[in-house]
Design a protein around this ligand. Sequence first.
Ligand SMILES: [Zn+2]
Length: 292
Amino acid sequence: MTARWLGDCAATGTITFDVDAESAILAHDLKYADHAMIMSHQAYGPDVGVPRLLDVLDQVGIQATFFMPGWVAKVRPRLASTIVDRGHEVAHHSYSHQSPTDLTDAAQHADFERACEVFASQGVEIFGHRAAMWEATSSTLDLVREFGLSYDSSLMGDDKPYRISADGVRPLAELPVHWSLDDWEQYAFLPSPAVGNVIESPAKVLEMWKLEIDAMLEFGSLFNLTCHPFLSGRPSRAVALRSLIEYGLEQGMRFATCRDVAADVLADSQVREVHQRHLITGTGDYPQTPGR
Ligand SMILES: [Zn+2]
């Protein structure tokens, strides 16, 4: 029986763009702020990649979700509202792009709140969140609830959406990600910092992701693709992404924003529900000092 979150489709696709720009590198080390080549490599994302990808999305007629650090929205004040005006969703991707696993709870709270303030000041309504580097902690999920968002998209516990429940609070929708559906693993190359060392053929990437669509149609999954405009905004990669979306549409897939999929997931009583304590402390009586 087809689950309700899928509607009448065999699989759903969410095309997402993490608009990290310079923040992904500055979070490594602020010394790169003076490295003009690397900063220009990152600025290509919002300045060239995003406009091109918005045109690609127009060509295929689908809506996408752009996860954006608050700092990126602040230093480019028209970026988020332009994306929304073109019919897409902008979502929370931290303020600084520092990994939650590297921050104290207090620092993570301040960083999360600061991004919310930027988007509010720009009149951009936010519905969901993706952790920087996908490195969410239990506190991250608490913040998603505290700031009134409906979904997270950072975890890997399924290839279908699931709900994350916790005692006495409302459940969140989780739209899971995976390395195999991330353009970073295919295209990220920088000599320094060591964030990636691959420049794959878009033809190979297209073939691999088409295979995933085929299988996800069989299993009723969420094809949640993570792209970065400084990577997938490059010409042959943007064209390959357009071909991929066209292929999915030809197979009968529905493409929607994460916000819309999350709403369907939260309304579907048949969606799998996982308690937050089992996500984070699922080790049971696993010994504190494992014997080796
Ligand atoms: Zn990111």
